[in-house]
Design a protein around this ligand. Structure first.
Ligand SMILES: CC(=O)N[C@@H](CCC[C@H](N)C(=O)O)C(=O)O
Length: 375
């Protein structure tokens, strides 16, 4: 499939971002593309809003897996693209439109140029939440078609096109969502002494939560608590009865995650006493850290460096999360960053990845998968 066709696919997908497990139009769009291929080359099965697509090998000794996530984010797009999101309030702001397009490019190559091994494509819903990788992997289809190795990529706005980065071992953090509800006593803005103000309690809680990172985590370890959203109250002259914090926790080990949660619970208890309110903590969805297989990752990095003209760098681990972590927990594999040179970063309303990176990624993965199939 030519680059122009792939860019058109990326733009079509960019127009229709949908959040986790709501990717109905996205699934249909991908199915329309996949259904053009002959059945003797490609077997397609849907799973919820995701898709498994198996490109049949000529003499398969193993199955090589490739995963692309397919969901968008609840962000109002601020690019000036003439192919901007047609779904108000939603955007492909994490590059999943790129990830899907690249998967289609690789898949098309192997449908048209058969190799000995099978190549399984997993178009996975709900990476941004609540998490599609773990249930998709536990599905009967995944058990039947289980890949022997698995790979995936993620766009990296800060890296130039033609560059990839990864590392053996830990690449992405453990994550846990965090939702805290506070319920006090509302009332007239002029009579604070008769109320328990949840806006004041919420503000205090946000600053106290940040002390966990500064005072409870070993400075040589790393952790993040981000509160991305605060809601509370109703109007400017009523003291708020309710407030809600929504955020995420990131750590580089399961032990640190347990410690952060223990401290959050203690601090929230303190808020409950200090502000005479009721609280509720919900951890939402949690993602396993991404641990790249040491041997496969080194081999991939050496292959790209020795056999292609692309620039491969060893990076440090990142505090981003990825439910692909569940896949590499069960199947040997790795993930890597793909340079897309955007002045705006991931989860930004102006993210503008350079489309020439699509051809780079397809080229890299076609070469690498062909090389692995000959082993
Ligand atoms: C690559 C990336 O940006 N992934 C997301 C995963 C989100 C997981 C979950 N919703 C959470 O917020 O903990 C990320 O924000 O790192």
């Amino acid at each position: 499939m030519g680059t122009e066709h792939l860019i058109q696919i990326r733009r079509d997908l960019h127009r229709i971002p949908e959040i986790g497990f709501q990717e109905f139009k996205t699934q249909q769009y991908l199915l329309n593309l996949l259904n053009q291929f002959p059945e003797h080359r490609l077997d397609v099965k849907t799973w919820k809003t995701g898709i498994f697509a198996l490109v049949k090998g000529t003499n398969p000794q193993k199955t090589i897996g490739y995963r692309a996530d397919i969901d968008g984010l609840p962000i109002t797009e601020e690019t000036d693209y003439d192919f901007s999101s047609e779904h108000p309030g939603f955007m492909h702001a994490c590059g999943h439109d790129f990830h899907m397009t690249i998967a289609i490019g690789i898949l098309t190559h192997f449908v048209k140029n058969p190799i000995s091994d099978n190549v399984l494509f997993l178009f996975q819903p709900a990476e941004e939440g609540p998490g599609g990788a773990e249930p998709m992997l536990n599905s009967d289809i995944a058990k039947e078609w289980k890949p022997d190795i698995i790979t995936a990529l993620h766009i990296a706005p800060e890296l130039p096109v033609g560059t990839i980065a990864t590392k053996p071992g830990l690449l992405f953090a453990n994550t846990s969502e965090l939702f805290i509800d506070l319920k006090g006593k509302g009332g007239h803005a002029a009579y604070p002494h008769t109320t328990n103000d949840m806006v004041v309690a919420a503000c205090s809680l946000v600053t106290q939560l940040q002390t966990i990172i500064a005072r409870n985590i070993d400075p040589l370890d790393s952790a993040v608590i981000t509160i991305g959203k605060i809601t509370g109250g109703t109007v400017q002259n009523i003291i708020a009865e309710n407030a809600r914090l929504e955020g995420t926790i990131r750590t580089l080990s399961v032990e640190s995650m347990d410690k952060v949660k223990e401290r959050i619970e203690a601090i929230v208890k303190g808020i409950e006493i200090g502000y005479s309110c009721k609280t509720m903590i919900d951890y939402g969805s949690m993602y396993h850290q991404v641990d790249n297989d040491e041997m496969l990752t080194r081999e991939f990095m050496e292959y790209i460096s020795d056999q292609t003209s692309y620039d491969v760098r060893e990076c440090t681990e990142a505090m981003t999360g990825e439910d692909f972590g569940y896949m590499v927990d069960q199947i040997s594999g790795f993930m890597f960053w793909l340079g897309v040179g955007s002045p705006y970063g991931l989860h930004h309303a102006k993210l503008q990845p350079n489309e020439s990176a699509i051809g780079v990624a397809v080229d890299i993965m076609c070469k690498y998968i062909s090389y692995k199939a000959n082993q």
